[in-house]
Design a protein around this ligand. Structure first.
Ligand SMILES: NC(=O)c1ccc[n+]([C@@H]2O[C@H](COP(=O)([O-])OP(=O)(O)OC[C@H]3O[C@@H](n4cnc5c(N)ncnc54)[C@H](OP(=O)(O)O)[C@@H]3O)[C@@H](O)[C@H]2O)c1
Length: 257
């Protein structure tokens, strides 16, 4: 899809990957509609022309407001980037239910809620693209973040299903699976901390700008899935071909927690 002149709605755009996407898509000529809880971050990312809607995306009112305001201002939504997300490092067998529901509420239900509000507008115009930010943890389960992985697997399945459901409506979907990206994500986890071995493997990390560039290029070529950085594909294939070996390695890494 061409980006120039398109209306792009980005969730979780006050910092990190979302804010970097705002900069990347604006450079390509997109009109921005951004949402998150921090007004200051959103204003910085939106520049002088972007639309800003402040609120907690787990609330239906915020979701309705951002979609209505975007359509009112720009008349359409061409690309929805469902990016807002959070994680925590706790074993699934003892993670508090309330914390887990909070994770699912943002990573899955808010994303689904935004999609349900935006799709009718896209169907009416028989065009659009929904970009769902998952994680490499949505392609291979990370034992130090099992429930985060579960939320991202759900996002992956939803993205595939939507693609098939909406094929005849001219609406595309793209799944984004980043590896480690240098953002505030680690500071924003709602509980626990990463195992030591994992901290050491973060040398492979990419910047939010690099991640946003991969997303923009993915949108332009109508990609189904992007894994960034690219060596992530190798990890995913290895986990499919040799699941027992990969699981044993990951379990060992997790045991240093
Ligand atoms: N960083 C990584 O290594 C990595 C790797 C794979 C996948 N991802 C995924 O990439 C996405 C973006 O992560 P990031 O690394 O950019 O994290 P980040 O720097 O923590 O940014 C998260 C964004 O989500 C917003 N947000 C959080 N809770 C919200 C809520 N309840 N309502 C509305 N907005 C909310 C935050 O804004 P406010 O605080 O202002 O609301 C912020 O703009 C997430 O889905 C994450 O799972 C990240």
């Amino acid at each position: 899809m061409r980006i120039d002149g398109k209306v792009v709605l980005i969730t979780g755009a006050s910092e990190g990957i979302g804010a970097a996407c705002a900069a990347e898509f604006a450079r390509s000529g997109a009109k921005l509609s951004l949402t998150a809880r921090s007004e200051e971050g959103l204003r910085r990312a939106a520049g002088s022309d972007g639309l800003v809607t402040v609120g907690d995306l787990t609330g239906e009112q915020t979701r309705r407001q951002v979609v209505e305001r975007t359509v009112e201002r720009f008349g359409a939504i061409d690309i929805l980037i469902n990016n807002a997300g959070v994680g925590f490092y706790l074993p699934s067998w003892r993670a508090p239910m309330e914390l887990t529901r909070g994770l699912m509420e943002l990573n899955f239900f808010a994303l689904l809620g935004m999609t349900q509000l935006v799709v009718p507008h896209m169907r009416a115009r028989r065009s659009g693209m929904i970009v769902n930010v998952s994680s490499i943890g949505g392609k291979m389960t990370l034992p130090w973040m099992t429930l985060y992985s579960a939320s991202k697997y759900a996002v992956g399945s939803l993205t595939e299903g939507l693609r098939m459901e909406l094929r005849r409506d001219g609406i595309k979907t793209m799944l984004v699976c980043p590896g480690y990206v240098k953002t505030g994500f680690q500071q924003h986890v709602t509980a626990g901390q990463a195992p030591e071995t994992l901290v050491r493997t973060r040398r492979m990390a990419i910047t939010a700008a690099e991640c946003a560039l991969a997303i923009r290029r993915g949108v332009e070529r109508n990609a189904r899935t992007i894994i960034t950085p690219k060596p992530g594909w190798i990890l995913v294939f290895l986990s499919r071909l040799f699941p027992a070996i990969v699981e044993a390695r990951m379990a060992a890494m997790n045991e240093t927690a």
